[in-house]
Design a protein around this ligand. Structure first.
Ligand code: PMP
Length: 401
Protein backbone atom coordinates (compact mmCIF):
# COMPACT_ATOMS: atom_id res chain seq x y z
CA UNK A 1 0.00 0.00 0.00
CA UNK A 2 1.60 3.36 -1.00
CA UNK A 3 2.25 5.76 1.84
CA UNK A 4 1.16 8.90 0.00
CA UNK A 5 -2.40 9.51 -1.15
CA UNK A 6 -2.94 9.88 -4.88
CA UNK A 7 -4.10 13.42 -4.10
CA UNK A 8 -0.65 14.36 -2.81
CA UNK A 9 1.30 12.11 -5.17
CA UNK A 10 -0.25 14.08 -8.04
CA UNK A 11 1.06 17.41 -6.76
CA UNK A 12 4.03 18.76 -8.68
CA UNK A 13 6.94 20.68 -7.18
CA UNK A 14 6.78 24.30 -8.26
CA UNK A 15 8.88 25.22 -11.28
CA UNK A 16 9.76 28.41 -9.45
CA UNK A 17 11.89 26.40 -7.05
CA UNK A 18 14.80 25.86 -9.47
CA UNK A 19 15.28 29.62 -9.81
CA UNK A 20 14.75 30.28 -6.11
CA UNK A 21 17.31 27.62 -5.14
CA UNK A 22 19.88 29.04 -7.56
CA UNK A 23 19.20 32.54 -6.30
CA UNK A 24 19.83 31.45 -2.71
CA UNK A 25 23.03 29.73 -3.74
CA UNK A 26 24.33 32.89 -5.47
CA UNK A 27 23.42 35.07 -2.50
CA UNK A 28 25.16 32.69 -0.12
CA UNK A 29 28.26 33.00 -2.31
CA UNK A 30 28.17 36.77 -1.76
CA UNK A 31 26.63 37.91 -5.07
CA UNK A 32 24.35 40.92 -5.21
CA UNK A 33 21.19 39.28 -6.56
CA UNK A 34 18.20 41.53 -7.37
CA UNK A 35 15.18 39.36 -6.79
CA UNK A 36 12.11 40.33 -8.82
CA UNK A 37 10.55 36.91 -8.52
CA UNK A 38 8.42 37.54 -5.46
CA UNK A 39 4.72 38.44 -5.55
CA UNK A 40 4.69 40.42 -2.35
CA UNK A 41 4.26 44.16 -1.66
CA UNK A 42 7.56 45.73 -0.60
CA UNK A 43 5.70 48.06 1.78
CA UNK A 44 5.22 47.59 5.49
CA UNK A 45 1.73 47.11 6.94
CA UNK A 46 0.31 50.59 7.73
CA UNK A 47 0.78 51.70 11.36
CA UNK A 48 -2.91 52.05 12.25
CA UNK A 49 -3.44 48.39 11.30
CA UNK A 50 -0.45 47.23 13.34
CA UNK A 51 -1.74 49.25 16.27
CA UNK A 52 -5.13 47.52 16.11
CA UNK A 53 -3.34 44.18 16.43
CA UNK A 54 -1.20 45.36 19.35
CA UNK A 55 -4.29 46.77 21.06
CA UNK A 56 -6.07 43.42 20.60
CA UNK A 57 -3.20 41.60 22.29
CA UNK A 58 -3.07 44.09 25.16
CA UNK A 59 -6.83 43.86 25.61
CA UNK A 60 -6.49 40.10 25.98
CA UNK A 61 -8.31 39.20 22.77
CA UNK A 62 -6.25 36.07 22.41
CA UNK A 63 -8.74 33.18 22.58
CA UNK A 64 -10.72 31.30 19.94
CA UNK A 65 -13.28 33.28 18.01
CA UNK A 66 -16.49 31.95 16.52
CA UNK A 67 -15.74 29.44 13.71
CA UNK A 68 -16.84 31.86 11.02
CA UNK A 69 -14.74 34.67 12.51
CA UNK A 70 -15.45 37.68 14.70
CA UNK A 71 -18.94 39.05 13.99
CA UNK A 72 -17.37 42.53 13.67
CA UNK A 73 -15.02 41.25 10.96
CA UNK A 74 -17.83 39.57 9.00
CA UNK A 75 -19.79 42.82 9.27
CA UNK A 76 -16.77 44.86 8.10
CA UNK A 77 -16.36 42.57 5.08
CA UNK A 78 -20.09 42.73 4.23
CA UNK A 79 -19.93 46.54 4.52
CA UNK A 80 -16.86 46.65 2.28
CA UNK A 81 -18.59 44.62 -0.43
CA UNK A 82 -21.64 46.87 -0.26
CA UNK A 83 -19.80 50.21 0.01
CA UNK A 84 -17.03 49.63 -2.52
CA UNK A 85 -18.44 47.03 -4.90
CA UNK A 86 -22.25 47.38 -4.62
CA UNK A 87 -22.42 43.68 -3.81
CA UNK A 88 -25.09 42.63 -1.31
CA UNK A 89 -23.51 39.88 0.77
CA UNK A 90 -24.94 39.75 4.28
CA UNK A 91 -22.82 38.43 7.15
CA UNK A 92 -24.16 34.86 6.61
CA UNK A 93 -22.67 34.93 3.13
CA UNK A 94 -19.20 35.93 4.31
CA UNK A 95 -16.49 33.37 4.86
CA UNK A 96 -12.90 33.95 5.96
CA UNK A 97 -9.70 31.91 5.77
CA UNK A 98 -5.97 32.03 6.37
CA UNK A 99 -5.39 33.96 3.15
CA UNK A 100 -7.26 34.10 -0.12
CA UNK A 101 -5.50 30.84 -0.87
CA UNK A 102 -7.47 29.02 1.79
CA UNK A 103 -10.72 30.55 0.58
CA UNK A 104 -10.13 29.00 -2.85
CA UNK A 105 -9.20 25.72 -1.22
CA UNK A 106 -12.35 25.72 0.94
CA UNK A 107 -14.60 26.50 -2.04
CA UNK A 108 -13.15 23.58 -4.00
CA UNK A 109 -13.01 21.22 -1.04
CA UNK A 110 -16.67 21.92 -0.40
CA UNK A 111 -17.78 21.24 -3.98
CA UNK A 112 -15.48 19.01 -6.02
CA UNK A 113 -16.09 15.30 -6.58
CA UNK A 114 -13.44 13.14 -8.28
CA UNK A 115 -13.55 13.85 -12.01
CA UNK A 116 -15.00 17.34 -11.61
CA UNK A 117 -13.05 19.86 -13.64
CA UNK A 118 -11.92 23.37 -12.85
CA UNK A 119 -11.18 25.46 -15.93
CA UNK A 120 -8.06 27.56 -15.38
CA UNK A 121 -7.08 30.18 -17.98
CA UNK A 122 -3.30 30.29 -18.53
CA UNK A 123 -1.18 32.18 -17.62
CA UNK A 124 -2.43 31.40 -14.11
CA UNK A 125 -1.31 31.91 -10.53
CA UNK A 126 0.86 28.84 -9.89
CA UNK A 127 -1.18 27.57 -6.94
CA UNK A 128 -4.52 27.12 -8.75
CA UNK A 129 -3.90 23.71 -10.36
CA UNK A 130 -2.41 22.29 -7.17
CA UNK A 131 -5.27 23.54 -5.00
CA UNK A 132 -7.71 21.86 -7.38
CA UNK A 133 -5.72 18.60 -7.25
CA UNK A 134 -5.49 18.73 -3.46
CA UNK A 135 -9.25 19.26 -3.23
CA UNK A 136 -9.79 16.14 -5.35
CA UNK A 137 -10.71 17.75 -8.69
CA UNK A 138 -9.07 17.92 -12.09
CA UNK A 139 -7.44 21.16 -13.28
CA UNK A 140 -8.04 21.85 -16.98
CA UNK A 141 -5.86 24.53 -18.52
CA UNK A 142 -6.87 26.69 -21.46
CA UNK A 143 -4.29 28.94 -23.08
CA UNK A 144 -5.00 32.65 -23.37
CA UNK A 145 -2.25 34.00 -25.64
CA UNK A 146 -0.98 37.56 -25.71
CA UNK A 147 -3.07 38.16 -28.86
CA UNK A 148 -6.08 37.83 -26.53
CA UNK A 149 -4.40 40.11 -23.98
CA UNK A 150 -3.75 36.98 -21.83
CA UNK A 151 -7.50 36.86 -21.15
CA UNK A 152 -10.20 34.25 -21.52
CA UNK A 153 -12.45 35.15 -24.44
CA UNK A 154 -16.08 34.03 -24.80
CA UNK A 155 -15.04 31.84 -27.72
CA UNK A 156 -12.23 30.20 -25.72
CA UNK A 157 -14.58 29.64 -22.76
CA UNK A 158 -17.31 28.09 -24.95
CA UNK A 159 -14.75 25.77 -26.55
CA UNK A 160 -13.16 24.76 -23.23
CA UNK A 161 -16.22 23.94 -21.12
CA UNK A 162 -17.06 20.24 -20.85
CA UNK A 163 -19.95 18.41 -19.15
CA UNK A 164 -17.57 17.90 -16.22
CA UNK A 165 -16.66 21.59 -15.71
CA UNK A 166 -17.75 22.67 -12.25
CA UNK A 167 -15.83 25.92 -11.88
CA UNK A 168 -14.17 28.58 -13.98
CA UNK A 169 -11.35 30.54 -12.33
CA UNK A 170 -11.12 34.25 -13.10
CA UNK A 171 -8.36 36.46 -11.72
CA UNK A 172 -8.45 40.19 -12.44
CA UNK A 173 -6.07 41.96 -12.36
CA UNK A 174 -4.03 38.86 -12.96
CA UNK A 175 -1.00 37.34 -11.40
CA UNK A 176 1.22 36.89 -13.49
CA UNK A 177 0.18 39.22 -16.36
CA UNK A 178 -1.55 42.24 -14.80
CA UNK A 179 -4.33 41.79 -17.39
CA UNK A 180 -7.82 42.74 -16.20
CA UNK A 181 -11.33 42.08 -17.50
CA UNK A 182 -13.56 45.03 -18.33
CA UNK A 183 -17.24 44.86 -17.43
CA UNK A 184 -18.00 44.32 -21.14
CA UNK A 185 -15.60 41.38 -21.34
CA UNK A 186 -17.10 39.80 -18.23
CA UNK A 187 -20.57 40.27 -19.72
CA UNK A 188 -19.44 38.31 -22.80
CA UNK A 189 -18.20 35.48 -20.60
CA UNK A 190 -21.49 35.61 -18.68
CA UNK A 191 -23.31 35.13 -21.99
CA UNK A 192 -21.55 31.77 -22.41
CA UNK A 193 -22.04 30.77 -18.77
CA UNK A 194 -25.80 31.35 -19.02
CA UNK A 195 -25.91 28.37 -21.35
CA UNK A 196 -24.14 26.26 -18.71
CA UNK A 197 -26.25 26.67 -15.57
CA UNK A 198 -24.22 24.23 -13.45
CA UNK A 199 -20.87 25.98 -13.87
CA UNK A 200 -19.68 28.17 -10.98
CA UNK A 201 -17.32 31.15 -11.12
CA UNK A 202 -14.52 31.79 -8.66
CA UNK A 203 -13.52 35.43 -9.01
CA UNK A 204 -10.11 36.03 -7.47
CA UNK A 205 -10.09 39.78 -6.89
CA UNK A 206 -7.08 39.89 -4.56
CA UNK A 207 -5.43 42.70 -6.63
CA UNK A 208 -8.61 44.82 -6.71
CA UNK A 209 -6.92 47.88 -5.23
CA UNK A 210 -4.23 48.12 -7.88
CA UNK A 211 -5.67 49.33 -11.19
CA UNK A 212 -3.74 51.69 -13.49
CA UNK A 213 -4.92 54.59 -15.66
CA UNK A 214 -7.77 53.73 -17.99
CA UNK A 215 -8.75 50.54 -16.20
CA UNK A 216 -11.21 49.93 -13.42
CA UNK A 217 -12.43 47.13 -11.25
CA UNK A 218 -15.22 44.90 -12.52
CA UNK A 219 -16.33 41.59 -11.04
CA UNK A 220 -18.69 38.88 -12.25
CA UNK A 221 -21.23 38.92 -9.39
CA UNK A 222 -21.87 42.61 -10.06
CA UNK A 223 -21.67 42.59 -13.87
CA UNK A 224 -24.00 39.58 -14.16
CA UNK A 225 -26.37 39.60 -11.18
CA UNK A 226 -28.10 36.53 -12.59
CA UNK A 227 -24.86 34.61 -11.93
CA UNK A 228 -24.64 35.86 -8.33
CA UNK A 229 -26.04 32.57 -7.02
CA UNK A 230 -23.13 30.65 -8.56
CA UNK A 231 -20.27 33.06 -8.05
CA UNK A 232 -17.75 33.29 -5.21
CA UNK A 233 -16.13 36.73 -4.93
CA UNK A 234 -12.77 36.22 -3.25
CA UNK A 235 -10.56 38.96 -1.86
CA UNK A 236 -8.20 39.54 1.05
CA UNK A 237 -5.95 41.95 2.89
CA UNK A 238 -2.57 40.47 1.82
CA UNK A 239 -1.90 42.62 -1.23
CA UNK A 240 -4.15 45.65 -0.63
CA UNK A 241 -2.82 46.47 2.83
CA UNK A 242 0.66 44.89 2.55
CA UNK A 243 -0.35 42.14 5.00
CA UNK A 244 0.86 38.96 3.30
CA UNK A 245 2.20 37.37 6.48
CA UNK A 246 -0.89 38.08 8.55
CA UNK A 247 -2.95 35.52 6.59
CA UNK A 248 -6.48 36.77 6.09
CA UNK A 249 -8.58 36.23 3.01
CA UNK A 250 -12.34 36.47 2.65
CA UNK A 251 -15.17 35.86 0.24
CA UNK A 252 -18.76 36.60 -0.43
CA UNK A 253 -20.56 33.42 -1.47
CA UNK A 254 -24.21 32.48 -1.99
CA UNK A 255 -26.08 30.92 0.93
CA UNK A 256 -25.99 27.54 -0.82
CA UNK A 257 -22.20 27.45 -0.40
CA UNK A 258 -20.95 29.85 2.30
CA UNK A 259 -21.92 27.59 5.26
CA UNK A 260 -20.11 24.62 3.67
CA UNK A 261 -16.98 26.73 3.20
CA UNK A 262 -17.17 27.71 6.86
CA UNK A 263 -17.45 24.02 7.78
CA UNK A 264 -14.22 23.28 5.86
CA UNK A 265 -12.56 26.19 7.61
CA UNK A 266 -13.85 25.11 11.03
CA UNK A 267 -12.64 21.54 10.66
CA UNK A 268 -9.20 22.50 9.37
CA UNK A 269 -7.78 25.64 10.99
CA UNK A 270 -10.84 26.57 13.14
CA UNK A 271 -10.40 30.19 12.07
CA UNK A 272 -7.64 32.64 11.08
CA UNK A 273 -5.53 34.11 13.89
CA UNK A 274 -7.63 36.30 16.19
CA UNK A 275 -5.05 39.10 16.27
CA UNK A 276 -5.09 39.19 12.48
CA UNK A 277 -8.88 39.35 12.52
CA UNK A 278 -8.74 42.48 14.69
CA UNK A 279 -6.14 44.00 12.37
CA UNK A 280 -8.30 43.19 9.33
CA UNK A 281 -11.29 44.98 10.87
CA UNK A 282 -9.12 48.10 11.11
CA UNK A 283 -7.76 47.59 7.57
CA UNK A 284 -11.28 47.49 6.13
CA UNK A 285 -12.99 50.06 8.36
CA UNK A 286 -10.05 52.42 8.96
CA UNK A 287 -8.52 55.16 6.79
CA UNK A 288 -7.81 54.11 3.22
CA UNK A 289 -5.27 56.78 2.20
CA UNK A 290 -2.40 54.28 2.65
CA UNK A 291 -3.64 52.68 -0.57
CA UNK A 292 -3.04 55.84 -2.62
CA UNK A 293 0.64 55.91 -1.77
CA UNK A 294 1.13 52.27 -2.79
CA UNK A 295 -0.86 52.63 -6.02
CA UNK A 296 1.13 55.71 -7.04
CA UNK A 297 4.39 53.82 -6.51
CA UNK A 298 3.19 50.83 -8.57
CA UNK A 299 2.07 53.16 -11.40
CA UNK A 300 5.49 54.83 -11.62
CA UNK A 301 7.30 51.50 -11.54
CA UNK A 302 4.98 49.97 -14.11
CA UNK A 303 5.77 52.76 -16.58
CA UNK A 304 9.51 52.30 -16.01
CA UNK A 305 9.37 48.52 -16.39
CA UNK A 306 7.18 48.41 -19.52
CA UNK A 307 9.17 51.10 -21.29
CA UNK A 308 12.56 49.60 -20.43
CA UNK A 309 11.56 46.06 -21.40
CA UNK A 310 10.09 47.13 -24.73
CA UNK A 311 13.34 48.97 -25.50
CA UNK A 312 15.20 45.63 -25.44
CA UNK A 313 15.34 43.92 -28.82
CA UNK A 314 13.73 40.49 -28.71
CA UNK A 315 11.46 41.32 -25.76
CA UNK A 316 7.90 42.66 -26.03
CA UNK A 317 5.82 43.59 -23.03
CA UNK A 318 2.08 44.27 -22.92
CA UNK A 319 0.97 47.10 -20.66
CA UNK A 320 -0.46 45.60 -17.44
CA UNK A 321 -3.87 46.97 -16.40
CA UNK A 322 -3.20 46.39 -12.73
CA UNK A 323 -1.46 44.34 -9.98
CA UNK A 324 2.34 44.57 -9.80
CA UNK A 325 3.58 42.23 -12.49
CA UNK A 326 4.79 42.45 -16.08
CA UNK A 327 4.76 39.35 -18.30
CA UNK A 328 7.07 40.07 -21.26
CA UNK A 329 7.35 37.76 -24.25
CA UNK A 330 10.87 36.57 -25.09
CA UNK A 331 10.07 34.79 -28.36
CA UNK A 332 12.68 36.98 -30.09
CA UNK A 333 15.48 35.57 -27.90
CA UNK A 334 14.90 31.86 -28.30
CA UNK A 335 17.58 30.06 -30.28
CA UNK A 336 20.22 32.63 -29.38
CA UNK A 337 23.44 31.64 -27.63
CA UNK A 338 24.83 32.96 -24.38
CA UNK A 339 28.53 33.99 -24.26
CA UNK A 340 29.46 30.42 -23.27
CA UNK A 341 27.76 29.14 -26.41
CA UNK A 342 24.75 27.52 -24.73
CA UNK A 343 21.51 27.93 -26.68
CA UNK A 344 18.54 29.56 -24.91
CA UNK A 345 15.85 27.08 -25.86
CA UNK A 346 13.02 28.10 -23.57
CA UNK A 347 12.04 30.56 -20.85
CA UNK A 348 13.50 28.39 -18.07
CA UNK A 349 16.90 28.59 -19.80
CA UNK A 350 16.46 32.36 -20.02
CA UNK A 351 15.54 32.70 -16.32
CA UNK A 352 18.60 30.68 -15.30
CA UNK A 353 20.82 32.68 -17.68
CA UNK A 354 19.61 36.00 -16.22
CA UNK A 355 20.18 34.73 -12.72
CA UNK A 356 23.64 33.32 -13.37
CA UNK A 357 25.00 36.06 -15.59
CA UNK A 358 23.12 39.20 -14.48
CA UNK A 359 22.13 38.14 -10.95
CA UNK A 360 18.51 39.11 -11.58
CA UNK A 361 15.78 36.77 -10.35
CA UNK A 362 12.58 36.53 -12.41
CA UNK A 363 10.21 33.58 -12.93
CA UNK A 364 9.96 31.70 -16.19
CA UNK A 365 6.59 31.63 -17.98
CA UNK A 366 6.54 27.82 -17.86
CA UNK A 367 5.63 28.11 -14.15
CA UNK A 368 2.44 29.97 -15.09
CA UNK A 369 1.44 27.74 -17.99
CA UNK A 370 2.23 30.05 -20.92
CA UNK A 371 5.59 30.42 -22.67
CA UNK A 372 7.92 31.89 -23.81
CA UNK A 373 7.64 34.65 -21.21
CA UNK A 374 8.81 35.66 -17.80
CA UNK A 375 7.13 37.32 -14.85
CA UNK A 376 8.81 40.32 -13.35
CA UNK A 377 7.38 41.62 -10.08
CA UNK A 378 7.66 45.38 -9.68
CA UNK A 379 6.94 45.22 -5.98
CA UNK A 380 10.53 46.44 -5.57
CA UNK A 381 12.24 49.80 -5.14
CA UNK A 382 12.72 52.02 -8.22
CA UNK A 383 16.47 51.85 -7.65
CA UNK A 384 16.46 48.03 -7.71
CA UNK A 385 14.19 48.01 -10.74
CA UNK A 386 16.44 50.40 -12.66
CA UNK A 387 19.53 48.35 -11.85
CA UNK A 388 17.79 45.09 -12.74
CA UNK A 389 16.48 46.43 -16.05
CA UNK A 390 19.97 47.69 -16.98
CA UNK A 391 21.40 44.29 -16.16
CA UNK A 392 18.70 42.51 -18.23
CA UNK A 393 19.41 44.80 -21.20
CA UNK A 394 23.16 44.09 -20.94
CA UNK A 395 22.63 40.34 -20.63
CA UNK A 396 20.39 40.29 -23.71
CA UNK A 397 22.80 42.50 -25.70
CA UNK A 398 25.58 39.92 -25.47
CA UNK A 399 23.43 37.03 -26.75
CA UNK A 400 24.63 35.78 -30.15
CA UNK A 401 22.41 34.66 -33.05
N1 PMP B 1 -4.58 34.87 -5.71
C1 PMP B 1 -3.56 35.37 -6.39
C2 PMP B 1 -3.74 35.65 -7.83
C3 PMP B 1 -2.33 35.64 -5.75
O1 PMP B 1 -1.31 36.15 -6.45
C4 PMP B 1 -2.20 35.34 -4.39
C5 PMP B 1 -0.89 35.58 -3.65
N2 PMP B 1 0.25 35.39 -4.35
C6 PMP B 1 -3.31 34.81 -3.72
C7 PMP B 1 -4.47 34.60 -4.40
C8 PMP B 1 -3.28 34.43 -2.27
O2 PMP B 1 -3.02 35.43 -1.41
P1 PMP B 1 -3.17 35.25 0.15
O3 PMP B 1 -3.35 33.79 0.42
O4 PMP B 1 -1.94 35.81 0.74
O5 PMP B 1 -4.41 36.04 0.50
Amino acid sequence: MPLLSSRVANLKPSLIQAVVAKSRELRAAGHDVIDLSIGEPDFDTPDHIKKAAIDAINAGHTGYTAIGGLPALRAAIADKFQRENSLAYDADMITIGAGGKQIIYNAFLATLEPGDEVLIPAPFWTSYPDIVTLAGGTPVITHCPKEDGFKLTAENLARSLTPKTKWVMLNSPSNPTGAAYSAAELEELAGVLRKHPDVWVLSDDIYEKFFFEGHEYATMAKVAPDLFERTVTMNGVSKAYAMTGWRLGYAGAPKSLAPAMRLCEGHSTTHPCVITQHAAIEALNGPQDCLDHMLEAYKTRKALVVESLNAIEGITCLEPAGAFYAYPDIGGLLGKKNPEGTVIENDTDFALYLLESAHVGIVQGAAFGLSPNFRLSFAASTQNLENALDRIAEAVAVLKP
